[in-house]
Design a protein around this ligand. Structure first.
Ligand code: HEC
Ligand code: HEC
Length: 242
């Protein structure tokens, strides 16, 4: 039953996101995305601004120290951003800036970015490719089962319903890519939600804490390891991208 509810919720969110993203945007300042917006930066713009990957690359140089220049961080405490969708990156940067998602390091970095900067760095990292790691063979089967099937009895939806069969996520709905992410980071994030951490209280932010609450430590460990080794289906989808 919960599975249905969550999927229905997902459908609503996709529809909402589509409306928000499809809404015509007011004319932007003439400059091609590289300069800061003229007047003020709204705390929460209606939707991600169209990002300029080239302008974003320059802004992302400072991020590279932790996240890797191409978004493939080598230190597992820093999440990989390579291939992550712009919508999700922008949402998280707003979350950090507003304090809805609490992290003292990222509060500092996100606070220096305007809404347009966020879209630009998001577009830059999205244009990169994630380099997956290797899953623990002993955990793959259990992790795959949770990811692909969930556990109806426990009200755990299949993760792939939202994050995609190959773990690429869903940009239109700001569902993040999970494939190739450091298991250590995934484990830390899922455990924090399980233990009551939230990233705000809108409908979107309530999804993962509700799911993570039902996962056991073993489930979290297994699915995190499985995801680190998961490869996105880039051959068919990315080759056409610039
Ligand atoms: C000194 C290290 C450091 C630097 C520099 C840094 N970050 Fe981060 N970033 C982190 C850490 C640590 C986290 C994980 C925070 C958490 O666990 O909630 C993070 C998380 C993020 C996330 C969330 C990723 C996810 O999968 O949810 C985004 C987006 C992000 N950073 C973007 C940036 C951008 C853009 C810059 C540059 C403007 C930047 N970061 C610079 C340390 C850093
Ligand atoms: C109904 C849709 C939905 C389902 C099903 C779902 N997720 Fe998510 N997931 C989300 C959303 C939305 C976010 C972003 C949350 C936010 O922005 O506040 C997210 C974020 C995440 C993140 C954070 C990624 C990062 O880079 O920080 C992890 C980890 C995650 N989900 C794991 C899972 C796992 C494991 C499952 C299956 C047990 C799952 N999700 C099922 C919607 C879903």
């Amino acid at each position: 039953m919960s599975f249905r509810r969550v999927v229905a919720l997902a459908a609503t969110l996709v529809a909402t996101a589509a409306v928000a993203h499809g809404a015509p945007k007011p004319a932007a300042p003439a400059a091609a995305g590289s300069s800061a917006p003229a007047a003020s930066t709204p705390a929460q713009p209606p939707g991600p601004l169209p990002g300029d990957a080239k302008a974003g690359q320059a802004k992302a140089a400072v991020c590279g120290a932790c996240h890797g220049m191409d978004g493939n961080s080598t230190d597992a405490q820093y999440p990989k951003l390579a291939g992550q969708n712009e919508e999700y990156i922008v949402r998280q940067l707003h979350n950090f800036k507003s304090g809805k998602r609490q992290n003292p390091i990222m509060l500092g970095f996100a606070s220096q970015l305007s809404g347009q900067d966020m879209a630009n760095v998001g577009a830059y990292f999205m244009s990169q490719h994630v380099h997956p790691g290797v899953a623990d063979e002993k955990l793959v089967k259990a992790g795959e089962k949770i990811y692909r099937e969930g556990d109806a009895k426990l009200g755990i939806p299949a993760c792939m319903a939202c994050h995609g069969p190959d773990g690429r996520g869903n940009p239109g709905a700001a569902y993040p890519q999970l494939a190739g992410q450091h298991a250590q980071y995934l484990l830390k994030t899922l455990t924090a939600w399980h233990d009551g951490t939230t990233w705000g209280d809108d409908a979107h932010a309530r999804i993962m804490p509700a799911i993570a609450k039902r996962l056991t430590t073993q489930d979290i460990t297994a699915v995190s390891s499985y995801l680190e080794g998961l490869h996105t289906n880039t051959q068919t989808t990315d080759d056409a991208a610039p």
